[in-house]
Design a protein around this ligand. Structure first.
Ligand code: APR
Length: 278
């Protein structure tokens, strides 16, 4: 499909050159940087899209400002806002998208080195990307801890609390319990920091469905070696894409672009089959 956008936006033929490179011997280690844009077609709103983004639709929570719902100090005072939102975002209620299945295909074709994702919806796992290749930089709902004494708390109790909206308390110190998603002001998981140096081995980087506005995640895009092409697949141009001669910028809906790329790779049927399994 044609991609709108400014003249330097490269034509679909450049997906053909990306596909050709992916099939070449030089392309061994592919990395992805994923954001909320890849889950919008699954029904999960992203954060910053003007009309549909989460941050434009939190009026019912009476927040001082939208990001407060993910701030540890606001949570300590008003945990109900996050609980209400978490209930709506609970994993398990959504299905992966063709873009998630594309990342799984990268692994099936022995190209995927690491899937860095900002998303907490665990849809990468659900699409069949192996857990040991996923770095959930902003955590996920997989675990939960007390925000005061850091005691690991019971998952069933947490799920129950998120479902009923009652507040889960720590059995040790009665502090508030929060899923292990990274709130603003909290440090990112150790796994993230341990995985960052691997980017020096990148032969190809896909940045898909992210505004590249949140650090330190966004800075990953500038850590790949000079020879490593960076492919942006996003509704709009973001970050410093276009600053490097071999940046490939594809503006449009990620599922459409991924389907076009899979056609060029000869993976179209595999993509539909993998997605059908989810
Ligand atoms: N196809 C392609 N791009 C899309 C699509 C789509 N179907 N839907 C949305 N996008 C794009 C938007 O245009 C935007 O550029 O995806 C990007 C989503 O940006 P954000 O909403 O800012 O989401 P993200 O970049 O993942 O946010 C980063 O912010 O609040 C924190 O911790 C939260 O992990 C999150 C971080």
């Amino acid at each position: 499909s044609k991609y709108e956008g400014s003249p330097e936006i490269l034509e679909a033929r450049d997906l053909a050159s990306v596909a050709k490179y992916m099939n070449s011997a030089e392309c061994k280690n592919v990395f992805t940087m994923l954001g909320a844009g890849i889950s919008t077609s699954a029904g999960i709103p992203d954060f910053r899209s003007p009309e549909t983004g989460l941050y434009a639709n939190l009026a019912r929570l009476n927040l001082p400002y939208p990001e407060a719902v993910f701030e540890i100090n606001y949570f300590r005072e008003n945990p109900r806002a996050f609980y209400t939102l978490a209930h709506e975002l609970l994993p398990g209620r959504f299905r992966p998208t063709p873009t998630h299945s594309f990342v799984r295909l990268l692994n099936d074709h022995k190209l995927l080195h690491t899937c860095f994702t900002q998303n907490i919806d665990t849809l990468e796992r659900r699409a069949g990307v192996p857990g040991n290749k996923i770095v959930e930089a902003h955590g996920s709902f997989v675990g939960q801890h007390c925000i005061e004494c850091d005691t690991e708390c019971d998952g069933e109790k947490m799920r129950q609390a998120l479902n009923t909206g009652e507040i889960a308390r720590c059995p040790e110190c009665d502090g508030l319990v929060k899923p292990d998603i990274v709130f603003f002001g909290e440090s990112l998981p150790q796994l993230f920091h341990r995985s960052v140096p691997n980017l020096r081995n990148a032969d190809l980087l896909f940045v898909i469905g992210t505004s590249l506005t949140v650090q330190p995640f966004a800075s990953l895009a500038s850590l790949v070696p000079a020879h490593c092409p960076r492919v942006l697949i996003n509704l709009d141009a973001v970050g410093d894409f276009g600053s490097k001669p071999d940046d490939v910028i594809c503006l449009g809906r990620c599922d459409d672009i991924v389907r076009d790329l899979c056609k060029a790779l000869g993976w179209a049927d595999e993509l539909e089959a993998a997605w059908k399994e989810t």
